[in-house]
Design a protein around this ligand. Sequence first.
Ligand SMILES: Cc1cc2nc3c(=O)[nH]c(=O)nc-3n(C[C@H](O)[C@H](O)[C@H](O)COP(=O)(O)OP(=O)(O)OC[C@H]3O[C@@H](n4cnc5c(N)ncnc54)[C@H](O)[C@@H]3O)c2cc1C
Length: 378
Amino acid sequence: MANTSDVIIIGGGIIGAATGYYLAKAGLKVRLFERGYLCSGSTGRCIGGVRQQFTSESSIKLMMRSVELFSEMGRELGTEVHWHPGGYLFLAHDESKKRAFLSNIAVQQSAGLKDVRWVDAAEVRELFSLVETRGLLGGSYCPSDGQAYPFAVVGGYAGKIRELGGSVHAFTEVAGILQEGGRAKGIKTAAGQEHYSNIVINCAGPWARDVGRLGGIEVPVEPERHEALITEGVEYLGMPMLVDYRTDGGYFQQFRHNGQFIGCYTPQPNVPGTSSESTYGFLREMPRRMLKLVPALGEVKVIRQWAGSYEMTPDGNPIVDRTGLGGLYVVAGMCGHGFMLGPAVGEAAAEFIRTGSRGGLLADFALERAFSSREAMK
Ligand SMILES: Cc1cc2nc3c(=O)[nH]c(=O)nc-3n(C[C@H](O)[C@H](O)[C@H](O)COP(=O)(O)OP(=O)(O)OC[C@H]3O[C@@H](n4cnc5c(N)ncnc54)[C@H](O)[C@@H]3O)c2cc1C
C-alpha cells in the first residue's frame, strides 16, 4: 500500500527527529509528521544547552551518552551542528547550595562523570574573569558539558531520515490514530489522509497528552511556559553556561558559532500552558539578571524574545514506553531537558521499539510508575 511505513512518528522536534533517525538507521521506513515547521514546538525555542550534571545515576549516564553522540554528530549526520563543549557552571551563593552541589558532584563522579568538580570563587575568577564573584562561594563546573544549535541538529536528523528512505511531512497535523482490534494501525491527518503503520510513536512534547488521547491513552505531561531572549552576536568571550538557581537568577550562555547570548529563567510561580506570548516583564528582568552575573554585557543589545513550553511529568523524568494501545508508544515529557536528552533518548527509544528490550538507560522512564522521586538539578 502506498501510504504504508514501518513507523509513524508524531512530532518534529528533537525527540521525534532523533528517534526517527535511529529507527531509519536500523533499516526501518519512517514517516514523521509535524503540524508546523520542524522545530516549531519547544525545540526551536530552547537555548541549546547540553549538560551531564544531574542527580540521578540514570540521567547522568543518559546525558554522558548524549554528549558522546553530540560530539560525533557532525560527522554522523554530515552537517555542522555547532557542538561546542564550553562547559556548565552552577553557581552557589550560600552554604546549603554548596553542600548540595558537593553531594551531587560525588554522585556524578561515581556515575562516571570524571571531569565535574567544585571550583571556589577564586578559581571562578581565574577561569572566567568576567563573572561577578562578589557573594559567590563557588560552583559546580563540568567542562565537557556544552552547546549545540537546535535547528541544525533537527535539520540534520530529518535530512538523514529522508536519505535513508523515509519521509518528513511538515505542516501536516495528525488528527486521529487509526485502530483495529485494540491496536494502532496508523494515523489520519487533519486534511483526512490516512497513513498506515503498526508502530505509531507519540513524540509531541508539550502536546503529548493531547496526542495520547487520540489513542485513548492518558500521558501525564503538563506544559509549562518559559520565556527566552537572544542578543546580537559579539566577540566570543569563552564563558560556560551560567546557572544561577537564586529566585532572581537565570541561565544563559553565548553561542560559540555566532557570538549571540541566549538565556532564560524559570518564572515563580510556574506558568502552566502552551501560550507562546512573550512579556515585557521578562524583557526587562532577564537582562538585569544577566548583568548582575556578567556586568560586561551592559553594551550588548537584545534583539529578540519568545516563549515556549517545558513538558513536565510529575517526577521530572521522561516517559519512554509502550502504551495500553498495542503499537502506540510514547517518547515525551523531557521536563525542560529534551534538547540535551534527545540524541541518547532517541537512540535508546529506537532500540526499545525495535527489540522490546528496555536496557538500563530507560529503567526509570516507564509510563506506569509511582512518579515519587524528583530531579533536583532542574
Ligand atoms: C525557553 C526554553 C529554554 C530551553 N532550554 C533548553 C536547553 O538549554 N537544553 C535542553 O535540553 N532543553 C531546553 N529546553 C527544553 C527543550 O526545548 C524541550 O525539552 C525539547 O525541545 C522537547 O522536544 P520534543 O521533541 O519532545 O518537543 P517539541 O520540540 O515541542 O516537538 C513536539 C512537536 O510535536 C508537534 N505536534 C504536536 N501535536 C501534533 C499533532 N497533532 N500532529 C503533528 N505534530 C504535532 C509540535 O508542533 C512540536 O513541534 C528549553 C525549553 C524552553 C521553552
